[in-house]
Design a protein around this ligand. Sequence first.
Ligand code: P6P
Length: 333
Amino acid sequence: MAKKNQTLGEFIIENQASFKYTSGELSRLINSIRLAAKVVNHEVNKAGLVDIIGAAGETNIQGEDQQKLDVYANDKFIQTLTNRNIVCGIASEEEDDFITVNSQDENHQNKYVVLIDPLDGSSNIDVNVSVGTIFSIYRRVTPVGTPVQLEDFLQKGSEQVAAGYVVYGTSTMLVYTTGDGVNGFTLNPAIGTFYLSHPNMQFPEDGKIYSVNEGNYIHFPQGVKNYIKYCQEEEGNRPYTSRYIGSLVSDFHRNMIKGGIYMYPKSSKNSNGKLRLLYECNPMAFLAEQANGKASDGFNRIMDVEPTELHQRIPFFCGSKNMVEKAEEFMRD
Ligand code: P6P
């Protein structure tokens, strides 16, 4: 049972037994993410003070300008995961192809792969708005002892072993699940320790917040337009409040605490929406379902989608169960 003010380290040890794979692996996985989160947090919090702001002059596979902190966060998470010798492969939004970790794991004995969005919402960095890291963890499906393959990464979200995010906001939090509920840990930067501050996080079944970029309204499918108008009507507990930070992790985190729905629909501009299935939607969907919420592409459960490409995009509706189901109703009509 989670105890308030327990440290992340104590929580992992206490819950090791409930993790269905051999002991120690979960700890090393989450501990490597914990270390990287602290290192990235240090840089994010002083971004305004050193020359790390602004584009790194390169673009990633998404064709987006890479912010220097994107590159820094990507390097730190890859370095930490590699050095801890627990994963056989890593995929990242910032890397065109997956990385085979053989520097430490030359016999390919490690059993896990990690997919990360190292710094989501990075366009907010220069304007001092919160950003986040998202991670998704699977066990490999190809034989141990052989190099990791693309199919180890192209697994349905329902196969995830663990998933979570770090939100670098007014405080820095690590929120994750291993399939036994969602727990939130807040960093005490003075001593570099994460403390359990939000045990057993749950989406309220209903909410009054909808998060969508309404600047794309005219490009949305009619069902989305109709749902947005439904949110704005004077009826019952509506109109809802519109809150959109432009950082998935922050909008998701607020909606999980207060109740709400986040939408990134497809549009005439983005035929599959903007968010990536493997390292944004699947981990957030795992968290949502573990927190009594829901995540769909407007019609189907996100975690049932069979991936076909590493960087594929998918429309995303996620949050309070009753709100997602209402949005799906409008999508079906
Ligand atoms: P737009 C950030 O780039 C991101 O992936 C999410 O974190 C965020 O919710 C969304 O894209 C913002 O996209 O098109 O509304 O600026």
